[in-house]
Design a protein around this ligand. Structure first.
Ligand SMILES: [Ca+2]
Ligand SMILES: [Ca+2]
Length: 265
């Protein structure tokens, strides 16, 4: 009897992991954030871009969706391994597009998303090294990067509701590092709608005594801020999770996920 139940549990867990891996189009943080196009520091007024598209309105991606699109982000807080994991699904390459490089990742853990009190360098760039984590990072926005580039159209603001204040942070300019995390660009090789999954692993120890109350994040995809994704994730308190699903099933699902990450990463 017990063996049978165990077998069914294992089977269910693996089916869940399988279905989760196959779904591909739903993410914990979906990209619903829109950006406003700018040109040399001014709102873009409609001169046609070489792509023959018009970016005067609020759009998901300024520029080529095949190059700059980010689809979604998954988050896992693993208290056993003592790590926070972000999985960012995107089309943008680690090496960038000419001189346009990937953006850095900004996040908050205290539930106040008016300040992103942490940042992670997602690539090696002039200010930081890949995987470095910063506390209250200073940064350049896409506006800072592009205001003198008269020929370029870029995402200068995000969030329709408060467009004047929300410039897009893209590049950490700090010199003081809080600690070291790990960043890897996994090539999804056609198994997903996106081309890459950026695996960002951050030790929970870097947060000291600060607990993750609500996790808010912002990712501008590229230093041109062409696709911005923002979102919020509230961790489920562990006792409730145990009551709902049982520790074994969660453990198995978690194990399966790390294996999947490894297999395709
Ligand atoms: Ca977007
Ligand atoms: Ca997008």
């Amino acid at each position: 009897m017990n063996k049978k139940i165990t077998f069914i549990s294992v089977l269910t867990a693996f089916m869940c992991v399988f279905l989760w891996a196959q779904s591909g189009t739903t993410y914990m943080i979906e990209d619903k954030t829109l950006v406003k196009a700018y040109k040399a520091g001014e709102v873009y007024t409609g001169t046609r871009h070489k792509s023959k598209k018009d970016y005067r309105g609020w759009v998901d991606v300024v520029g080529d969706k095949d190059i700059y699109d980010t689809y979604g982000i998954d988050i896992e807080i693993n208290s056993d391994l003592k790590y926070l994991y972000f999985d960012i699904y995107t089309n943008f390459t680690e090496s960038g597009d000419g001189w346009i490089k990937p953006a850095d990742l900004f996040f908050s853990i205290d539930g106040n998303d008016s300040v992103y009190e942490y940042g992670v360098a997602l690539t090696d760039h002039q200010f930081g090294k890949q995987g470095e984590v910063y506390s209250y990072p200073t940064y350049n926005t896409s506006y800072d990067v592009f205001e003198n580039k008269t020929r370029w159209i870029y995402g200068g603001r995000y969030d329709e509701l408060s467009p004047e204040v929300k410039k897009v942070p893209v590049l950490i300019t700090d010199v003081t590092i809080l600690g070291q995390g790990k960043v890897e660009w996994a090539d999804l090789d056609g198994i997903d709608e996106s081309k890459y999954r950026i695996d960002v692993d951050i030790p929970l120890s870097l947060f000291g005594d600060d607990k993750i109350v609500v996790l808010d994040l912002l990712y501008g995809t590229a230093i041109c801020g062409n696709d911005v994704i923002t979102g919020s994730f509230t961790p489920v308190p562990e006792p409730a999770t145990i009551l709902l699903f049982g520790t074994g099933l969660i453990g198995l699902a978690g194990m399966g996920r790390r294996k999947i990450r490894k297999a395709i990463g």
